[in-house]
Write a protein that binds this ligand. Structure first.
Ligand code: UN1
Length: 499
């Protein structure tokens, strides 16, 4: 079991190209697998945010004038450096977040993919040319950068989500102020170092470590930050949305899901169980896209329960740096407490607990935060464990009588991020992709595994209509500008001087 080493004892904010080492107040970053402190992370103030925003504002003016293909060259270099350091990054990611090393590598790869994809946009970033209704007049639309953007990222995907937000912002000519989650700041430190080495001009990316209640709040209130891109909890998202609404500040949000796998009576059950196992218990269920409901046709309910239970027995739990481990720890005690609360709720609501339901505390689990993979059955779609996000390795099996009932159950939650259906019936496949009210739909695969060149986000309470990643991410970080060039030499009035 190799273990990467971080080259500092205390992280520093990165503002205007300077690593600000003098900050005093800090808290330890705890490895959730071992309980050990890895490094100290500073807790910054509103004043730090002010300086970061001022630096970003100044840098953005020049950066926006650099031709986009040249801005993209820096992103290509960033992607190459990430690729060179993939294993180092993946190990540090596993240490700060707990996800198993294979998933750590996958997440870093997602960031590399995003770097190269967005670098490609430097030579596209297409607008439109379109005929004018008037003679000798030219009309086009172009993307314009917005200015300083604030990004607030979660601990569950500390590098991938940061790249979904910062790379499109940067290639489009904006400057970024980034507040990473205090639980997982190491990826931010490593990524900022890479950006510096790749030659990103100072001030284009600024990292301010600290709490949402200080750093995040100051960013949301700052007049010079014109866009906020946030991924995190529903409650925080609502507060941010209210404030951004007051200020008419552009906001892109992603706030989780209550994602379901539907297993129809004609499904390949072994495949379905594999898909459920991977998307429900991978990352210990701490993905916004995690499968937390299995909506199963009554004719295959018992078979799915039996196969899932025996598949769950193969799940090894422990420190994700060990390649043989399949399920890592939960991020912290608050995460464990929330899962425990939902186990009690499920029991009180009358769901039947088939496996798990407890925290692992003995022996090798003593110093970390571990929870046993858990399966409830006979869950009704409207129970709280069938409706609310648990963010842990807990699956609720909801039996249904028909395809129609399955779709209805899927859509009965307040979220709309990801959904999946296992069936061999092509007609049902197409009906399902039309009727499932989620931003992401999978057929014959679990609910996780979004690729970076497609839009990521969801309907209803998952977000506010914007998308991360994909070319759609550019819509968050640019304004559309319509440009008319009249070369007739006379005043031509639109809508009036048309014969
Ligand atoms: C998240 O859960 O917040 O689709 C991000 C997936 C990953 C990204 C998940 N590519 O599961």
């Amino acid at each position: 079991m190799t273990e990467a080493v971080i080259d500092t004892k205390k992280l520093a904010n990165f503002i205007d190209g300077v690593w600000e080492k003098e900050k005093v107040e800090s808290v330890p970053v705890i490895n959730p697998a071992t309980g050990e402190s890895i490094v100290e992370v500073p807790l910054s103030t509103a004043e730090d945010v002010d300086r970061a925003v001022a630096a970003a504002k100044k840098a953005q003016k020049e950066w926006s004038l650099v031709p986009a293909p040249q801005r993209a060259e820096v992103l290509f270099k960033i992607g190459s450096l990430m690729k060179e350091r993939k294993e180092h990054l993946a190990q540090l990611l596993t240490m700060e977040n707990g996800k198993v090393i294979e998933e750590g590598r996958g997440e870093v790869q997602e960031g590399i993919d995003m770097a190269f994809y967005m670098a490609g946009e430097g030579r596209r970033m297409f607008g439109q040319t379109t005929p004018s209704e008037l003679k000798n007049k030219f009309a086009m639309s172009v993307r314009a950068p917005i200015g300083v953007v604030g990004i607030i990222t979660p601990w569950n995907f500390p590098i991938a989500i940061a790249t979904w937000k910062s790379f499109p912002a940067i290639v489009a000519g904006n400057a970024v102020v980034w507040k990473p989650a205090t639980e997982t700041p190491i990826m931010a430190y490593e990524l900022a170092k890479i950006c510096e080495e790749a030659g990103l001009p100072k001030g284009v990316l600024n990292v301010v470590f600290g709490k949402g209640s200080t750093v995040g709040d100051s960013m949301v209130h700052h007049d010079d930050i014109r866009v906020i891109s946030f991924t995190g909890s529903n409650d925080t998202g609502r507060d941010i949305a209210a404030e951004c609404g007051k200020q008419l500040k552009k906001l892109s949000m992603e706030m989780g899901g209550k994602n379901a796998v539907i297993v129809m009576d004609d499904a390949d059950l072994d495949l379905a169980v594999e898909g459920i196992l991977w998307s429900a218990f991978g990352t210990s269920g701490q993905r916004c896209t995690a499968c937390s409901r299995v909506i199963v046709h009554k004719d295959v309910k018992t078979a799915v329960e039996e196969r899932l239970l025996s598949a769950m027995e193969t799940l090894t739990i422990g420190n994700g740096l060990d390649e043989s481990i399949k399920v890592g720890p939960i991020i912290n005690q608050a995460g464990i407490d929330k899962i425990k609360k939902y186990i009690s709720i499920g029991n009180e609501e009358g769901a039947k607990l088939l496996a798990g339901g407890y925290e692992l505390k003995d022996g090798k689990y003593k110093s970390g935060h571990y929870f046993a993979p858990t399966l409830f059955t006979n869950v009704k779609a409207d129970m709280r464990i069938g409706q609310e996000e648990i963010f842990g390795p807990v699956v609720s099996l909801i039996p249904v009588d028909s395809f129609e009932e399955a779709i209805e159950a899927n859509n009965s939650v307040s979220y709309g991020l990801s959904s999946s259906i296992f069936t061999k019936d092509v007609n049902r496949v197409f009906q399902a992709q039309r009727d499932l009210d989620t931003g992401i739909v999978y057929v014959n695969a679990g609910t996780t595994g979004a690729e970076i060149h497609l839009p990521f986000g969801g309907t209803k309470g998952t977000g506010n209509g914007h998308r991360d990643s994909g070319v759609q991410a550019l819509d968050v970080f640019t304004e559309w500008k319509a440009v008319y060039v009249d070369y007739s030499g006379k005043l031509q009035r639109a809508q009036i001087d048309v014969e």
